[in-house]
Design a protein around this ligand. Structure first.
Ligand code: FES
Length: 121
């Protein structure tokens, strides 16, 4: 999905939330990838329907986190099994590193993310 066109349709000067996907289109314990002009964003859904958005790059060697396994509120990278906290983007356990996360809200079954804000670097 290309967000640039959607952004034009759904964003104005006072509202920076971008509608990206329906909650129902994200598999539980899985993710959908949202392509933007600058970054691919993985939008994750937990077993309790919490949704998190982060750059689709592992802080270790840029593995595709969207293809990892979601457990609780973290995801295990498919490349070398680092565990990344979905809320903070930080690596858990002995590993160190962090990937960008983005604010998320859900309204009427639709997921919105704020791409302006990188909560963590
Ligand atoms: S690239 Fe994710 S653990 Fe190595």
């Amino acid at each position: 999905m290309n967000v640039a066109e959607k952004q034009d349709m759904t964003q104005d000067n006072t509202n920076h939330w971008v509608q990206v996907v329906a909650l129902a289109e994200i598999p539980q314990l899985g993710a959908r990838v949202i392509e933007t002009a600058t970054v691919n964003v993985a939008v994750f859904r937990t077993s309790s329907d919490e949704v998190f958005a982060m750059r689709d790059e592992c802080p270790h060697k840029k593995g595709p986190l969207s293809q990892g396994i979601v457990h609780g509120t973290s995801v295990t990278c498919p490349m070398h099994n680092w565990k990344i906290d979905l809320a903070s983007g930080e690596a858990l356990g002995p590993d160190q590193g962090c990937t960008n996360v983005f604010p998320v809200k859900i309204e009427d079954g639709m997921v919105f993310i704020d791409l302006r804000v990188a909560v963590a670097a």
